[in-house]
Design a binder for this molecule. Structure first.
Ligand code: BG6
Length: 313
């Protein structure tokens, strides 16, 4: 397992994680952003726009931007907060991450890991905080991200925030993709002033722009890619909501850092805390986690059995 710090073509620092079977991941210090996750065959599993701009203050279009301390533009801060356009530091002495049984850290010499930290600076947000993120490429190629937010205010003030791991997945053709696990859930539709609706019983497919915040989403969501015969399973903890976004053709054309046809090859499924913001008192910490695995999907009489995928992993 190796971890190395290198420069990208634009001179930005990035950490490369490698596991022995050949899977890799890359994490830019700018934004603390995972910008690549490849399986052992070298296939890219995340979407990164060919037009992505690797220059502050623009956030990198693709990979896994961290939206903090505000998701969306509803609030006093810039759209999706400032964490995605700050330079994070490598955290050389992270406090241990306690698991739910209260013991141990998840570091292991079988995994390739980097710990990053973002501290408050002269942000528009009048609070002192630390955001710690551990990105781990596990043996076998699964990618795990644990993120912790701590209130370090010394003036006794609590703060509240919303947050998302804005994960862009690479897909063969959005017209052939289904999202499983969000059926029958209530959602807020960002395209209709966050009006609430209830999703129908069928899995989610795409034939136009989608921008929805699913509420009380389950711990597992599957992105089933029929053409690639691959399913990505998102396991999440601590993030009650999940955003599903595809800009479709018109919005794609309006984004300067996104190719006109790239909407066909991506979908965002984002573990998030949106409806009920997290409030932390000084000294308190919140923790969330996502783990991504890519598994081959099998056809059963021409049809996928997503139920099995969700139960299986
Ligand atoms: C999604 C939001 O998470 O991010 C969308 O739900 C938004 O409303 C999209 O358009 C992209 O945001 P941005 O700021 O990266 O262009």
């Amino acid at each position: 397992m190796t971890t190395s710090l290198v420069k990208d073509a634009a001179g930005m620092d990035k950490v490369v994680l490698r596991e022995p079977l050949g899977a890799t991941a890359q994490v830019h210090l700018y934004g603390g952003q995972v910008t690549s996750w490849k399986n052992e065959r070298g296939e890219e599993l995340l979407f990164l726009s060919s037009k992505a701009i690797f220059k502050p203050p623009k956030a990198i279009r693709g990979g896994i931007p961290v939206c903090f301390p505000q998701f969306s533009n509803l609030g006093t801060l810039e759209q999706h907060g400032f964490a995605r356009n700050r330079v994070w530091a490598i955290d050389t002495d992270p406090p241990p991450i306690l698991n739910s049984s209260g013991s141990g850290s998840c570091s292991s010499n079988k995994n390739s890991t980097v710990d990053l930290i973002l501290k408050s600076s002269e942000d528009a947000w009048p609070h002192s905080f630390e955001v710690r993120m551990r990105v781990t490429l596990k043996r076998g190629g699964d990618l795990a991200q644990t993120i912790r937010v701590r209130n370090t205010n010394t003036d006794n003030k609590s703060f509240s925030f919303t947050i998302a791991l804005h994960t862009y997945f690479s897909v063969s053709d959005i017209n052939e993709v289904r999202i499983e696990g969000l059926e029958t859930l209530e959602y807020m539709d960002n395209l209709q002033q966050r009006k609430r609706f209830t999703e129908q019983g069928d899995s989610i497919t795409f034939d136009g722009e989608v921008d929805k915040v699913y509420l009380g989403a389950p711990t597992k969501i599957a992105i089933v890619d029929h053409e690639k015969k691959r399913t990505i399973v998102v396991k999440k903890e601590g993030f009650p909501d999940a955003v599903v976004w595809n800009p479709w053709d018109k919005k794609a054309k309006a984004m300067s850092d996104f190719g006109d046809d790239e909407y066909l090859h991506m979908v965002c499924v984002e573990p998030a805390v949106i409806e009920t913001p997290i409030t932390l008192k000084p000294g308190e910490e919140w923790r969330g986690r996502q783990e991504l695995s890519a598994v081959p999907s099998s056809y059963c009489s021409g049809q996928l059995d997503p139920g099995k995928v969700l139960q299986g992993k």
